[in-house]
Design a protein around this ligand. Structure first.
Ligand code: SF4
Length: 232
């Protein structure tokens, strides 16, 4: 992560968010590796990003701030494109503005900062009404050899089939909400959430670059120094 907001509470919250994001990636990697070793390999079709088509993720403010920071510090080109599309708001359609199927480097152009829900695509479990984990193979994902069911419910069945259980979306979503409890009730689509996030994060970047003093920080929640003992 860009360290230009170091020392602010926003920096601490984004670090905590990245810890959850890293945890998702590590759990999914471990799940896929174990499934492969168990003879049930799971992977998306090459170049597929169909889950982004006709989809705009919903975000809580800290997820939007993460994307805004990425755009402001690493992808001004995309920020400008977003601003232009936003000015002609009819062009902000029902597919995520950052999805680019022609991009040779990957269809998600904000991949390192993408939203929580985008990280769950393909390799995560829901909670079944029985309380057990439930895993559904994406409709585009080839079935592993010999596996007929595409919906598998229960830890025992998942461990027998894949040797492991995929990370549970609910648990990880709660971890993200715990980072930003005040924002939990403000879930907006990416297209709506991004403009206020860009304003918030731009202001923080400007104030940090001006080296504002502690009294000014105290008046701005995003600029406050982290509380000691801050945990997830
Ligand atoms: S943020 Fe990236 S992964 Fe998520 S919907 Fe947009 S293009 Fe797809």
């Amino acid at each position: 992560m860009n360290s230009s907001i170091e020392g602010t509470s926003l920096h601490q919250r984004i670090l905590a968010l990245d810890t959850v994001y890293d945890c998702i990636e590590a759990s999914q990697k471990a799940f896929r590796q174990t499934a492969g070793e168990q003879g049930s390999p799971l992977s998306c079709p090459p170049g597929c990003s169909t889950c982004c088509r006709g989809f705009v993720p919903d975000l809580i403010p800290i997820e939007a701030d993460r994307i805004a920071l990425y755009l402001l510090t690493e992808r001004m080109d995309l920020l400008e494109r977003f601003s232009c599309l936003e000015d002609e708001s009819e062009n902000l359609g029902s597919t995520c503005v950052f999805w680019d199927p022609r991009n040779p480097k990957g269809n998600c152009t904000i991949y390192p900062a993408r939203a929580l829900i985008c990280r769950f695509f393909g390799f995560s479990a829901m909670v079944h009404k029985s309380g057990e984990p439930a895993f559904t193979l994406c409709r585009w994902m080839p079935s592993p050899p010999g596996l007929e069911d595409r919906v598998l419910v229960g830890r025992t069945l998942l461990e027998r089939t894949f040797g492991a259980v995929p990370p549970r979306m609910t648990d990880l979503s709660l971890e993200v909400v715990a980072i930003d409890p005040d924002g939990a009730g403000t879930r907006l689509s990416l297209h709506e959430a991004l403009r206020p996030a860009i304003s918030r994060v731009s202001l923080i970047l400007r104030l940090v670059s001006l080296n504002v003093d502690d009294d000014t920080r105290a008046d701005d929640p995003g600029l406050q120094k982290p509380a000691s003992g801050y945990t997830l």
